[in-house]
Design a binder for this molecule. Structure first.
Ligand code: HEM
Length: 329
């Protein structure tokens, strides 16, 4: 089985703006204000998990073939938030509406993704690089774009491929389930993923190992070698619950080795989570600067062209002169 799905499987990097902002200063200023407001709102309403889930459900509809879906704010429309996979997310959309009314200049798409970033940060997770400038879309995607927890590994892998995410991204992102629990009225499952919800750390993976302790010891050669260490790390079961897609991660080698890695090295999980989250929040997002900024950038680029050309001519002329001198001798 190939390790990466999608295109290169490498983590994307924005070359058009080289990681710099693609919005004007005024918009960037609004983003910083909205970030502060989101921090206060998420803290006061203790709503980090649902805000993060909203960010995932807006972005996770991306399709590389049709260039549709992705983090474009379309989940704010009833046609999309009323789909069964989005049950319960209206609350989070309404919270974001409060931010939108204070900062109307900012797109819904940016607010939803910024909310996800702040939700992770406020619960002790890593800082995630956020580039604003997403455009809102009124076109909703059809039901069935998000991973279906019941459909098994082939469906999961196809979905990742469509979104251009790699296995490692998916395992890291699933660590977000550390945040909270499933609820019967929304997903038909009921129970916490970990014993300390609302703390963003690697305990989701430790819990997975705990649930699979027996299988690990019998089937995993690496686990046999590290048996003592793993036993110490994972401790006793504490009644947390899993959903079928969590189990998929433990039954496929490709996923399981990352689960073990993240369970053992918390810092690695936080680092790779931040990269995967950034990638998710930018699926299909073309970071094109606005017209006036684009021309400013182009002008700046031009200012390098003349000195570079002069330097090139001087170097070539010197080489030719040296070559003639050598030849004359
Ligand atoms: C195979 C992929 C995934 C599946 C099948 C899945 C499924 C679910 C389900 C069934 C719930 C419980 C909903 C409820 O009962 O309230 C849930 C909650 C949650 N999911 Fe996922 N999820 C997936 C991936 C992700 C990713 C990639 C993220 C974020 C990066 C994420 C973030 C969350 C969060 C934060 C919650 C808690 C929400 C709350 O408590 O309100 N999930 N997910």
């Amino acid at each position: 089985m190939e390790r990466y799905v999608g295109f290169s499987g490498k983590r994307n990097r924005c070359f058009c703006c080289m990681g710099k902002t693609v919005v004007d200063a005024e918009y960037q200023e609004e983003i910083e204000k909205a970030r502060r407001d989101l921090r206060a709102l998420i803290f006061n309403k203790t709503c980090a998990p649902i805000m993060l889930r909203l960010a995932f459900h807006d972005a996770g509809t991306y399709c590389k073939h049709t260039q549709t879906g992705g983090p474009n704010g379309s989940i704010r429309k009833p046609e999309e938030f009323e789909q069964s996979c989005n049950k319960g997310l209206k609350v989070a959309i309404d919270f974001c509406e409060e931010i939108k009314s204070k900062h109307p200049k900012i797109s819904y798409a940016d607010i939803f993704q910024l909310a996800g970033v702040v939700a992770v940060e406020i619960t002790g997770g890593p800082t995630i690089d956020f580039i604003p400038g997403r455009k809102d879309s009124n076109e909703c995607t059809e039901e069935g774009r998000l991973p279906d927890l019941e459909k098994g590994p082939i469906h999961l892998m196809d979905t990742l491929k469509r979104m251009v995410l790699c296995y490692m991204d998916f395992v890291a992102l699933s660590g977000a389930h550390v945040m909270d629990r499933t609820q019967k009225n929304r997903s038909n499952f009921d129970g916490p993923w970990t014993d300390k919800p609302l703390k963003f750390d690697n305990s989701y993976f430790i819990n997975l190992l705990r649930e699979y302790r027996e299988e690990l010891v019998w089937h995993e050669p690496q686990a046999l070698v590290r048996r003592e260490f793993l036993n110490l790390l994972i401790g006793e079961s504490d009644g947390t619950s899993l959903i079928p897609s969590d189990r998929t991660m433990m039954t496929f080698d490709e996923f399981r080795c990352d689960v073990m890695k993240y369970a053992e090295i918390p810092e690695l999980f936080l680092k790779e989570y931040a990269q995967a989250h950034k990638k998710l929040s930018e699926l299909g997002f073309i970071k094109k600067p606005p017209f006036h900024l684009y021309h400013k950038m182009k002008k700046n680029k031009k200012s390098y062209v003349l000195p570079q050309t002069i330097a090139g001519v001087i170097i070539v002329a010197s080489i030719i002169m040296v070559w003639y001198r050598v030849k004359e001798k």
